[in-house]
Design a protein around this ligand. Structure first.
Ligand SMILES: Nc1ncnc2c1ncn2[C@@H]1O[C@H](COP(=O)(O)OP(=O)(O)O)[C@@H](O)[C@H]1O
Ligand SMILES: [Mg+2]
Length: 597
């Protein structure tokens, strides 16, 4: 319950609707109780007048007694009908207030969670798997909603009905009331247990189903491998095994479900039998009128559902609390990458790293070891090195996707931590190593939601990223959709769209993280040459495992195992005859082999 108190702020937000809902519940319960009393009167009326009617057998008066009598019964009947209608209307209104509130809170909570996801740093995402993040915003929120909607509604209903009905029943007859109510707690407790079994089994089914869909999904995406290795038969076999498991579990759940209703019916029936028996005894003693028996049977039926729901509500609340706990856990995770000074200013583009070290906290790998270098505004620097030497880590720490473990990064002689994050990142164009395109048009992938960009700017960026010809050959030009994650584009095309996306914003610092790895050296050269204009106006950091990308840069840094091993220009490094030269020769050879006819 402690966990669920997080939701109180939302309940408070919608307090008026909830109060209105409570009012509607009370009214609808009153309208449910009155008909039972009318039934009692009607039966008593029949019982009292039937002897009178018989006594006047053969007299004219009998006709008159009959018409008065039938008239009253008709009035009672109509009253019951009208009241049932009114109860219906107020039940409708109850759902329209309380269930609607639960939907509104669900919406608010989802937005809150999503907004929080967006704030959290990259380090958070590395620790979590996507499935789990999705589950929190969908499944967990739905469970919480069950508490906010049906949970609260049936809870309030139970409470008000008991508060109105039980005292009234006791006022009519204590003994009868006590006996009538005996089976109800048994009902409630057994529902609670049965419901827990149902929930447990449903979860097992859910797991089985998600295993099944993961299997199918994988089989579809790997269909090419599957077919070429002629594994179709095994695939079908495996599917039917998983499917069998799902079937068995579902059938087992149906068995429990099938027991559920007869159990309720039996207990309700038991209550009715007790009511009739004890009621009969009381009538004989003269303590109550016969109509009371009918009235009480109606009450028993009225109490059944709320009492049943008590067990149900309890397990809803337990599940909601468990879900809210998972939601809270991460809502309380704070973003540790925040601005110290919130400095907003236009940067020139000097970048300096001073003794920067970086350790990946989760793996303990020291990716950068006391790195120092600096690059003046408008200059370019290349960072080369083998895979795993720490290049991407450098690309990540400059826009503060990661924060340095020690040392500092200065932009225009000001620590990056002092800049307002939005301000800082909006002036840095970062092309990540792993390109990600959204299933949108080429145009939208480049403009990426920015309304400040004109069509000309987008076209110019595409031109500089050497995309112009490619796009012209697309069926719909810029309006061509790229499919999920850009499946309809080649690796090199995707990388160029990604570059265009970074440069269209006219950043002061451009970071290209191995973003030309998917093209051959010749294309790489063409793209870098078309980027020349762009590079002149800003600081460019070219990260690459290929020496060929580095040649253009004013300065080159060679990284190995997180340390700077060499630095200089292309010429000076070749003269040095060290690591750079070695890489250069190796890659040159590879290129020659590649370009052999
Ligand atoms: N998310 C991560 N968690 C833990 N270790 C990482 C992570 N990313 C990279 N590393 C490690 O940090 C080192 C440097 O990686 P990276 O900067 O990606 O190298 P490069 O870009 O030069 O290939 C590698 O040893 C790599 O295994
Ligand atoms: Mg890398």
């Amino acid at each position: 319950m402690k966990e669920l108190s997080y939701l109180n702020k939302y309940l408070f937000k919608y307090k008026y609707r909830l109060l209105l809902g409570l009012l509607f519940i009370i009214i609808s319960n009153v309208f449910a109780i009155i008909p039972a009393q009318i039934v009692r009167r009607a039966i008593n009326l029949v019982e009292e007048n039937i002897s009178l009617f018989k006594a006047y057998g053969g007299f004219d008066l009998q006709e008159m007694i009959y018409s008065i009598f039938a008239g009253s019964i008709l009035v009672y009947g109509v009253a019951i009908l009208v009241l049932a209608l009114l109860k219906g209307i107020f039940t409708f209104l109850t759902r329209q207030t309380i269930i609607v509130v639960s939907r509104l809170i669900e919406y608010d909570l989802k937005n809150e969670i999503y907004a929080h996801y967006q704030q959290l740093p990259m380090s958070f995402y590395r620790r979590q798997n996507t499935g789990d993040l999705m589950a929190r915003i969908s499944e967990d929120v739905s469970r919480v909603r069950m508490y906010l909607g049906p949970g609260i509604m049936y809870g309030l209903n139970l409470f008000t009905l008991f508060a109105i009905l039980i005292p009234y029943m006791f006022s009519v007859n204590v003994r009868l009331t006590l006996y009538t109510l005996i089976p109800l707690p048994i009902l409630s407790i057994s529902i609670y247990y049965v419901n827990n079994i149902i929930n447990r089994q449903s979860e097992e089914i859910q797991r089985s189903l998600s295993g099944l869909s993961t299997y199918v999904q994988e089989a579809f995406s790997g269909i090419r491998v599957l077919k070429s290795f002629i594994r179709e038969k095994d695939s079908v076999q495996n599917f039917s095994v998983a499917s069998d498991d799902y079937k068995d579990k579902s059938i087992r759940l149906e068995r429990v479900n099938a027991l559920f209703f007869p159990l309720i019916m039996a207990l309700v029936g038991l209550s009715s039998v007790i009511t009739i028996f004890i009621g009969g005894v009381e009538v004989i003693k003269g303590a109550i009128s016969p109509g009371v028996i009918a009235e009480f049977i109606i009450y028993v039926n009225m109490l059944t559902w709320p009492v049943t729901s008590l067990g149900w509500i309890t397990s809803i609340i337990q599940r909601a609390a468990a879900s809210q706990k998972r939601i809270n856990e991460f809502l309380l995770t704070k973003n540790d990458i925040v601005s110290e000074e919130n400095l907003v200013r236009e940067i020139k583009g000097d970048v300096t790293l001073e003794n920067v070290s970086f350790v990946y906290a989760d793996s303990g790998i020291k990716a950068l070891d006391r790195i120092s270098f600096s690059v003046k505004a408008g200059e370019s620097i290349a960072i080369v090195g083998t895979t795993g030497s720490g290049k991407s880590t450098i690309a990540n720490i400059i826009p503060r996707l990661l924060d340095v473990t020690s040392g500092q990064i200065l932009i225009d002689d000001m620590n990056v931590k002092q800049y307002n994050l939005h301000n800082l990142r909006s002036q840095i164009g970062y092309v990540p190593q792993d390109v990600f395109l959204f299933s949108e048009t080429v145009y939208n992938n480049i403009a990426f939601g920015s309304i400040k960009l004109s069509e000309d700017q987008v076209e110019e960026a595409a031109y500089h990223a050497d995309l112009k010809n490619t796009i012209q050959n697309f069926p719909d030009g810029f309006a061509t959709r790229v499919g999920e994650r850009g499946v309809t584009l080649s690796g090199g095309q995707k990388q160029r769209v990604s570059i265009a996306r970074a440069i269209v914003r006219d950043p002061k610092i451009l970071i290209l993280d191995d973003c030309l790895s998917a093209v051959d050296t010749k294309t790489e050269n063409t793209i870098l040459n078309s980027l020349k204009d762009i590079m002149q106006k800003r600081t460019t950091i070219i990260v690459s495992h290929r020496v060929s990308s580095a040649k253009l840069a004013d300065k080159i840094i060679v990284l190995d195992d997180g340390k700077i091993v060499e630095q200089g220009t292309n010429e000076s490094l070749l003269e040095l005859n060290g690591v750079y030269k070695e890489l250069y020769d190796k890659q040159l050879q590879a290129d020659e082999i590649e370009s052999q006819p």
